[in-house]
Design a protein around this ligand. Sequence first.
Ligand code: SAM
Length: 306
Amino acid sequence: MQLPQYVRRIIEERAEEVGFAALKSAATAMSEAYRERRVARLADAERTAAYLVTRMPATYAAAYAVLREVHLRLGTKSVTSVLDIGAGTGAASLAARAWFPDAAITMVERDASFAEAAHQFLPDAARQADLSRPLPPHDLVIAAYSLGEIREPMARRLWQSARVALVVIEPGTPQGFALIRGIRTELLEAGAHMAAPCPAETPCPVVDPDWCHFAARVERSSIHRRVKDAELGYEDEKYSYVALVRNAVDLPMGRIIRRPLQRPGLIVLETCTASGLGTERVTKRDRDAFRAARHRIWGDDWGALS
Ligand SMILES: C[S@@+](CC[C@H](N)C(=O)[O-])C[C@H]1O[C@@H](n2cnc3c(N)ncnc32)[C@H](O)[C@@H]1O
């Protein structure tokens, strides 16, 4: 998974303008600040370039994977407008553009430097500077990696603006999942319907200290590898999410919630289904199921639609 080519080219140009040493020290400061849950004090150009190089490819990959699920359930035509809350440098909006190419996009972002970068990638998107003004109704409302930062209850407000669907993505950590699970519970009670990842609207069966999360594999650019002193050419971005819709959609029988275990003649799938968490052992003897399981990855649905 990679950002669109024109976006990668612009990111490289911006990274070059900042210079490698400044970029590397900004990226290090940003990771430390993230771990300590504080904001890094950095100049705008460095901070934005560091986000573009080290974080945006991963948040794009997560949003792309989640919106693929939404697209699968709703189809392209159902979404004609997208509201991106805490849009940052535009990762989720770009993913929305990939799945819903004709949709008009509005990005809400308070950081002027991030908003300016997002505008460079999506010059036709409308912009709103913060959340103090009312949020105009849009078919799809998406908040990717932003509600944890906004730190005020937003679920009801976002749901009110969502004509068709609301998608919330958070880091795939226990805290990120707790936020997602809270929104899931609150909005299902308020009449929302599940689109993904859950195969049912029953209470979530995941029990502490476990947490439901998925992974998107992201190719690292060479500048990203150098900035991070990383040897691997890819990274796995862990994320938790929920996609809720106004009108009920068909749900799959299950969701694969761990990386499948492949052994000769055997595939073991950890699944979440309407009756709870379970383990499916698919053997070669069951030819059709085995063939289907071989191509399934962590996060995919499993079984027929209900
Ligand atoms: C971690 S970034 C995520 C950016 C982007 N959605 C992505 O997935 O890459 C969170 C963003 O939320 C923005 N944000 C936080 N509070 C906000 C608020 N009250 N109004 C608008 N944007 C806000 C921040 O400025 C930041 O750009």
